[in-house]
Design a protein around this ligand. Structure first.
Ligand code: APR
Length: 173
């Protein structure tokens, strides 16, 4: 499994799946959630509403992950996950680690061979980029060694220069 650290806009990445830092409602928001919904088009919100009407009537729990098609995005799938919100007292790194692990497990289920992650929880949800990078590094490294096949490529796509520098220092890139 190759790991890439990229500065840029995750909605432009040409991979099989991008991960969305969503909220439990799955009905859109700001940040990367807003950017992904804008780029994917209204069909994405409709697919999320369908999930709420069927398999996820109470929304997506923190640390869980679910896939939808990518619609107008260049990717086949969007994997939605909900990071812990530090402002709501959700400070357990295990919740954040679960976002990376569960998203990779969904990627394996759908057969995505290349997956791009944003810095989950490092924006509106108030987590420090350094801690997010360390949790991401541990979770993805552990997953790479697990049986059942990790993706060929995992990218971290960071919006700002400072977050990119933090991820590069943690991942040794
Ligand atoms: N591409 C890549 N990264 C992005 C993009 C983008 N287009 N837009 C924002 N980011 C970065 C932010 O700079 C931050 O480093 O993604 C990281 C995560 O920030 P948020 O999108 O705010 O996500 P999060 O902190 O997990 O908060 C989730 O925000 O957008 C709402 O609906 C969402 O309620 C949820 C909350």
């Amino acid at each position: 499994m190759r790991i890439g650290i990229v500065q840029g806009d995750i909605t432009t990445r040409d991979v099989d799946a991008i991960v969305n830092a969503a909220n439990s409602s799955l009905l859109g928001g700001g940040g990367v959630d807003g950017a992904i919904h804008r780029a994917a088009g209204p069909e994405l919100l409709e697919a999320c509403r369908e999930l709420r009407r069927t398999t996820l009537p109470h929304g997506l729990p923190v640390g869980a992950a679910v896939a939808t098609p990518g619609f107008r995005l260049p990717v086949k799938w969007v994997i939605h996950t909900v990071g812990p919100n530090r402002h709501a007292g959700q400070t357990d790194p295990e919740l954040l680690s679960s976002c990376f692990r569960e998203s990779l497990a969904v990627a394996r289920e759908i057969g995505a061979k290349s997956v791009a992650f944003p810095a989950i929880s490092a924006g509106i949800y108030g987590w420090d980029a350094q801690e997010v990078a360390e949790v991401a590094f541990d979770a993805v490294s552990a997953y790479a060694d697990s049986p059942g096949g990790a993706p060929d490529l995992v990218e971290f796509v960071l919006f700002s220069e400072s977050t990119t520098a933090v991820f590069r220092s943690v991942f040794g890139g």
